[in-house]
Design a protein around this ligand. Sequence first.
Ligand code: GLP
Length: 261
Amino acid sequence: MAEVLIVRDEEEAGALAAEAIVNLIRSKPDAVLGLATGSTPLTTYGALARRIHDEGIDVRRVRGFALDEYVGLSAGHPESYRSVIAREVVGPLSLTPEHVRVPSGDPATIRTAGSDYEAAIDAAGGVDLQILGIGRTGHIGFNEPGSSLASLTRVKTLTESTRRDNARFFESACDVPMHCITQGIGTILRARHLMLLAFGHAKADAVAAAVEGAVSTSSPGSAIQLHPHATVIIDEAAASKLEFIAYYRHAWSNKPEWQGI
Ligand code: GLP
């Protein structure tokens, strides 16, 4: 099962996630990070940026692969995930821009973009630590309900619910692209450590389905139950529909210190 850590707030979650990433980078200076976009990982990136700068951690060799991208946004569109990753991750963390890749949503090359991306991840030796958010539909990356648990990077059609959720980043809901390219669930499961974060009541159903529901394509997040090293870091509100909450707290407060997360 996933290890479930219930924290006070997003800041505490970010500090915990950053600690795991710092430990990884210290032991493997060319670590490969799987990078999520959205609001959820922002405190993680913030805490990580502070640690990198305050402690002078050398991240020049760290590599990164974003989870997903919209198809068809113009190059340099501020809400393309390429721009978001540059603005919210590469810049603040002082990563080497050439070491961080985002799937290409360019319609001209979209037919081969998925297999190219898979090949690049393989060539990098795979992802060491994958940061994940979860959508209200239960999606991870942009793998909407129904996505094959064995899927690799490919084009998907967004649900209308996800388009509405992401409309806040665009001028209007109609501007949210209809299609995306996303790492598949099979791609995500190959990462060596999964770290899923979620905050707020709106995520409580998706979190309960992912952590305690049946493993099913209907709740793509439930695929984390198939992974040997998955960590779920959530606040009280996102944890509010979990059944075994007392056990998660018990396990966390009795966790051997040497284990880390
Ligand atoms: C977005 C992204 C996902 C993200 C999720 C949740 O659409 N493609 O990678 O995890 O939806 O977003 P947020 O963190 O903003 O709630």
